[in-house]
Design a binder for this molecule. Structure first.
Ligand code: BG6
Length: 476
């Protein structure tokens, strides 16, 4: 297995899930700040009358405190450096820069915070990889404008992207425009700032919002490349390898259609710069009328495609339309039919390393642009032993098998830039708001109510990943 000499080994996080300090230094509220903790999260957000109110008397809001990375980032980045990270993927909280999203002047203390984070990474030779928008739209843009279905958000995002790209382009080469842009179909609240009371159940709104995000993303690519043609600005999708339930052509065709709608639609636009040939049929099936597309939008999409595809990969899925009684599984956005050949995580996500090799070959074969696995990992319950050790062999096993599959894909000829496992330090879960769903190499002593010391300690996987990086993926 031969990873390139400059392969970007690292880890990934998102501001809203680890920084905490949700109202410090002029920060405004984001949609994540209005998301209750616990499995109740989706019920609340998906209810008919949810209006983004924060009800602290009834719910807890774990994103408000996170793991206090805002104050402890130096300690955390020192641990990443000790593991040998070549890069660190994190996001810039839009609300630290533009607290409501529609201001015209940025908040200098927010910019200076990220400048410090970037400088701390560079001090150790760690390349920052920045997600411009990771599930943390300013709450005001969701409440007053209805989220991304409103065209005005393109202007606000453009201003935000221009501000951070201008400030940091000389220090940061790698960027992504939107986290998991294709997740909107299942999670419009996180992805597009839309809930049922503002029309998230209407497919027309979701696709219109996507169009606005595509335009906004292309504008970010334009701004970035004008500042520095060497910047690498990617899109970011959630990719789930999808199998047909059986060899029945009906299920095979359903798999093909699912792939078009879920795995390919956004990348087709963002990489190829145009709406794909199946758009008309997809719109017809979903009852979507022609979108409101302004003069110049399509030319912009064509002129400013992304430089690479960043994607998350956690699990695979199964498409089935014929077997009505097939057993089903959970998953944060996938669910679907149980695959009898796969084990599942404590949260029911089906573990499928071979699916990652298939994903890499599929995406590279379709687009021929570099790929970057910017999320992967196992959310699991960890046990702290009496001596303080955490023996997370299950996590090592998961990651080792996925890295092995990546190596095979590289040998297959795939151009893979790097690998940043999700939640390299324990943080708040996006789907459930739990702390106990842990992904990290670094344990953080906080429970689901964020009680605890917040102290960091190294799990067994810490030394293991250190050795993986030091051997450039040879020693698993
Ligand atoms: C991805 C998101 O969907 O999966 C992350 O980009 C998220 O924000 C990660 O945390 C893992 O999901 P969860 O629900 O286990 O936190």
């Amino acid at each position: 297995m031969s990873f390139s000499k400059d392969f970007l080994w690292g880890g990934a996080t998102a501001a809203n899930q680890l920084e905490g300090a949700y109202d410090a230094a002029g920060k405004g509220l984001s949609v994540a700040d209005a998301m209750p903790g616990g499995k109740i999260r989706w019920q609340v957000l998906g209810s008919d009358d949810f209006d983004w109110s924060i009800d602290e008397a009834t719910y807890s809001y774990p994103n408000h405190k996170g793991i206090d990375h805002f104050h402890r980032f130096k300690e955390d980045i020192a641990l990443f450096a000790e593991m040998g990270f070549k890069c660190y993927r994190f996001s810039i909280a839009w609300t630290r820069i533009f607290p409501n999203g529609d201001e015209t002047t940025p908040n200098e203390s927010g910019l200076s915070f990220y400048e410090q984070v970037i400088d701390e990474c560079l001090k150790y030779g760690i390349e920052p990889v920045i997600t411009i928008s990771h599930y943390e739209l300013p709450l005001h843009l969701a409440k007053a404008y209805g989220g991304w279905q409103n065209r005005k958000l393109v202007v606000f995002y453009e201003r935000f992207a221009k501000t951070v790209l201008t400030r940091f382009h000389s220090k940061v080469t790698y960027w992504m425009t939107f986290n998991e842009i294709n997740s909107a179909i299942a999670m419009p609240a996180l992805s597009q700032g839309m809930v049922p009371s503002t029309g998230s159940r209407v497919q027309q709104n979701i696709f219109q919002a996507w169009h606005h995000q595509f335009v906004a993303s292309a504008l970010a690519v334009k701004i970035g490349h004008e500042l520095n043609p060497d910047l690498k600005i990617g899109c970011m999708i959630i990719y789930a390898t999808t199998y047909s339930f059986d060899a029945n052509p009906i299920n095979q065709a359903a798999t093909m259609v699912h792939n078009q709608a879920f795995n390919y639609f956004c990348t087709d636009v963002q990489v190829r710069g145009e709406y794909p040939a199946y758009t008309q049929r997809l719109f017809k099936e979903k009852g979507v009328a022609p979108l409101d597309i302004h003069d110049g939008d399509l030319a912009l999409l064509k002129s400013y495609p992304v430089d690479y595809i960043g994607f998350s990969y956690y699990m695979s899925g199964v498409q089935n339309v014929t077997a009505k009684d097939a057993e089903t599984v959970e998953g944060n956005i996938l669910g679907g039919v149980k695959n009898p050949f796969l084990e599942a995580s404590d949260w029911g996500w089906q573990i499928d390393p071979t699916g990652l090799r298939i994903a890499l070959n599929d995406l590279y074969g379709r687009y021929q642009v570099p790929l970057f696995i910017v999320e992967n990992g196992l959310g699991a319950y960890d046990q702290v032993e009496a001596d303080g050790s955490i023996n997370d062999d299950y996590r090592i096993d998961y990651l080792a098998k996925h890295i092995q599959a990546m190596g095979e894909a590289v040998d297959d000829g795939v151009d893979l830039m790097g690998y940043t496992p999700w939640g390299c330090i324990d943080l708040v879960s996006a789907s459930t708001g739990e702390m106990s769903k842990r992904y990290g190499f670094i344990y953080v002593d906080l429970d689901d109510h964020l009680n605890g010391t917040g102290n960091r300690s190294k799990k067994k996987s810490f030394a293991w990943y250190q050795q993986v990086i030091a051997s450039n993926g040879e020693e698993l």
